[in-house]
Design a protein. Structure first.
Length: 328
C-alpha cells in the first residue's frame, strides 16, 4: 500500500464530511484512511461509521479522549502504507489529484519526505488566503539537504505542522519519531526530528491543503500551559540540535528553532507570565541570531535593545495592534 492517511477526530461534526470527502474522492486509490475518533461527544463517530460502511479503504478506531498526539501515534502504529500523511479533521484537500501527483514523485525518486504548501480557509466567509509561496520543483533540484530545507522554510513550506508533510513510514518507525503526548505543541518537536533524520526531501509545487480558520480569537485562547509547552518544545529541540552541531544543517535547523522562539515571544505578550517563564524567554534571546526572512526585523530589535526594552516594545506593538483590530 502506498499511503496511510491518518485523521484524528474530536467533536468536528460540522467539518468532518468535507474532510473525508476530499480524501476518498482522490483519483489515486492505493491508500488506507485511518479515522480515529478521540472520544467525541457530538455526531463525529456516527459520521465516521457511515463512511466506513460504504468504503472498504476506511479503518475506523474509537478510543476514550487522549488528545491529538496520542491519537496520531495510534494511527502510526496501525498504519500499513509506505508513506504517512496527516490531515486534521476540520481541514480538507482542495484537489482530487493530490495523491496522484505525490505518487508520481515517489515513483521518480522515492524521497524520505515530500512537502507541499497550504492556504488558510475562513469557514465563516468561505474565503481562502494563500500562505505558502509556490516554488518550482526544479528550484530545489541538485541542492544539498540544508539548502533545500532553508529555501522551503523561507517560503513557509517547511513549517512545524505535521499536515504539510508526506513521510516515509520507515523513517518514522525506524527512528521512533512519535508525537510527544500531553502537550499542545507536539508538532514542533516531531517536525524537528523529521528534519534531522531525513536524508532526501522533495516538493510538490502546489498548495493542496486548506487549513480551516474557525471564528475563535487566538489571543483569547493563549493560556499559561501554551507558554509552558512552547518552552518545553524549544528546550527539547535545542537538545536535538546537539546531534547536528558540527554539520552544515545546523544553521538552517536553528532558523526553524528561532522561529519557534519568536512564536513564544509573541504569544507571551498576550498573558501575564510567571517569573520563570519570563526568565526563560530572556535567557534564550540568543536564538534570535539565527532568524531568516522577514522576521529578521525582530532579531535586529533584539540585538540593539536590552531585553526589557525589547520585550516591552514587542508587547506595546501587540497592544496597539489589538486596539486597532477592535476599533478602539
Amino acid at each position: 500500500m502506498r499511503f496511510s492517511i491518518i485523521v484524528p477526530i474530536y467533536n468536528v461534526e460540522t467539518y468532518l464530511e468535507k474532510c473525508i470527502d476530499s480524501i476518498i474522492s482522490q483519483t489515486y486509490n492505493d491508500f488506507e484512511l485511518i479515522l480515529i475518533d478521540d472520544g467525541s461527544t457530538d455526531k463525529s463517530y456516527e459520521i465516521c461509521k457511515k463512511y466506513e460502511v460504504k468504503d472498504k479503504r476506511i479503518f475506523l478506531i474509537h478510543q476514550t479522549n487522549k488528545g491529538s498526539a496520542a491519537t496520531r501515534n495510534l494511527g502510526i502504529k496501525h498504519s500499513k502504507g509506505e508513506y504517512l500523511i496527516f490531515i486534521d479533521s476540520d481541514d480538507f484537500w482542495n484537489t482530487d489529484k493530490l495523491l496522484f501527483n505525490l505518487n508520481k514523485i515517489i515513483v521518480e525518486c522515492s524521497p524520505d519526505v515530500i512537502l507541499f504548501g497550504y492556504n488558510k480557509f475562513y469557514a465563516q466567509s468561505n474565503k481562502t488566503k494563500q500562505v505558502s509561496k509556490i516554488l518550482k520543483r526544479t528550484d530545489i533540484y541538485n541542492l544539498k539537504k540544508e539548502e533545500s530545507f532553508k529555501l522551503l522554510f523561507l517560503k513557509k513550506i517547511f513549517i512545524s505542522s505535521a499536515w504539510t508533510k508526506v513521510v516515509k513510514s520507515k523513517l518514522i518507525k525506524d527512528n521512533k519519531i512519535f508525537f510527544r503526548e500531553g502537550i499542545l505543541t507536539e508538532d514542533i518537536e516531531w517536525s524537528a526530528l523529521i528534519a534531522i533524520n531525513m536524508k532526501t526531501i522533495d516538493y510538490l509545487e502546489m498548495n493542496p491543503y486548506n487549513h480551516t480558520q474557525r471564528n475563535i480569537s487566538i489571543s483569547n485562547s493563549i493560556k499559561s500551559k501554551n507558554i509552558d509547552d512552547l518552552i518545553s518544545s524549544i528546550e527539547n529541540c535545542k537538545n536535538y540540535s546537539r546531534t547536528i552541531k558540527n554539520t552544515e544543517f545546523y544553521n538552517p535547523y536553528m532558523a526553524y528553532l528561532s522561529f519557534q522562539y519568536i512564536t513564544l515571544l509573541l504569544n507571551s505578550t498576550k498573558i501575564k507570565l510567571y517569573k520563570s517563564q519570563f526568565m526563560y524567554i530572556k535567557n534564550n534571546k540568543w536564538l534570535l541570531k539565527y532568524c531568516l526572512g522577514n522576521i529578521r526585523i525582530i532579531s535586529f530589535l533584539g540585538i540593539i535593545f536590552p531585553f526589557n526594552i525589547f520585550y516591552n516594545l514587542i508587547k506595546f506593538t501587540y497592544i496597539l495592534k489589538k486596539r486597532y483590530l477592535n476599533g478602539n
